[in-house]
Write a protein that binds this ligand. Structure first.
Ligand code: MG
Length: 269
């Protein structure tokens, strides 16, 4: 059972203050911003953008947004060149120093192409179905679909995915997703970003509200993992809302920069 983050602030504060370096990863929708009925209407508050930027510019911090949105889309929404990004659940990564893209073998790529065709036929008559076609995954949102349309879409996709053994279908809070069986997820992305930016021994902090964020919580068992919301989670702490996430980030930014203080010979305590 996760515990209230702000109710245990002294232990958070000491864990951050004792860390030589911090990797801070965060989901975007429902975590840095409130969910919106239309994903393209979401925008990031300037105050949150500035806080992320000021943390990223500390020598002891590395900051990344880890999201299901495409890499191109999330970079346009956040508009910071000081942080790293993992788009499409980690299939595409861009940081200030390196980039990576998962390469799919021909068989998986052909199966994604096949499912792409199935979904295009589906949205021709289930017009309320919203689909985000990304390079490695396809996310379908049922928020405007009737329950009959939802059930029919699920049946068609479940029948089709049987022909695609290299792909899988994953249920999300607001829809479903078609993705490769390849074990890339927010957890593998978090570990890769953390190890390549600040190292294995750094403190990992991860914040998220989605079921897909659970992979990142599990990948950072000694870290400060924070779930936004109420449900059962592997995260150690929880907050209620994106505004509490903003509050948490602001509190982190107010803590002394340990490495800078050491470099300038000042005491941090
Ligand atoms: Mg989210």
């Amino acid at each position: 059972m996760s515990r209230s983050l702000f109710g245990h602030w002294s232990e958070i504060e000491s864990q951050v203050q004792e860390a030589n370096a911090v990797w801070l990863g965060t989901d975007f929708d429902g975590t840095l911003t409130e969910h919106q009925p239309e994903p393209h209407l979401v925008s990031l508050d300037d105050s949150v953008r500035q806080t992320l930027d000021s943390l990223a510019r500390r020598s002891s911090y590395s900051v990344a947004v880890v999201t299901g949105r495409s890499l191109q889309n999330i970079m346009q929404l956040v508009e910071l060149d000081s942080i790293g990004y993992a788009g499409d659940h980690g299939y595409e990564i861009h940081t200030t120093h390196w980039q990576s893209q998962e390469s799919l073998d021909e068989e998986a790529a052909a199966q994604l192409q096949y499912m792409n065709g199935v979904i295009i036929s589906l949205i021709a008559y289930h017009t309320a179905l919203q689909v985000d076609f990304k390079k490695y995954t396809m996310t379908m949102n049922f928020r405007h679909s009737s329950s009959e349309q939802r059930a029919d879409s699920l049946r068609i996709l479940t029948d089709a995915i049987v022909h695609c053994p290299r792909l899988k279908l994953r249920h999300l809070a607001r829809g479903i997703e078609i993705l490769p069986q390849h074990p890339t997820n927010k957890g593998t992305a978090a570990l890769l970003l953390k190890e390549r930016s600040v190292g294995r021994d750094a403190l990992g902090v991860f914040i998220g509200d989605d079921l897909t964020d659970e992979d990142a919580f599990l990948a950072l068992p000694d870290g400060i993992t924070i779930h936004v919301g109420e449900r059962e989670t592997a995260a150690r702490y929880r907050v209620d809302s994106p505004s509490q996430v903003a509050d948490f980030l602001a509190r982190l930014a107010k803590m002394p920069d340990r490495r800078q203080a050491l470099e300038t010979g000042k005491s941090v305590s």
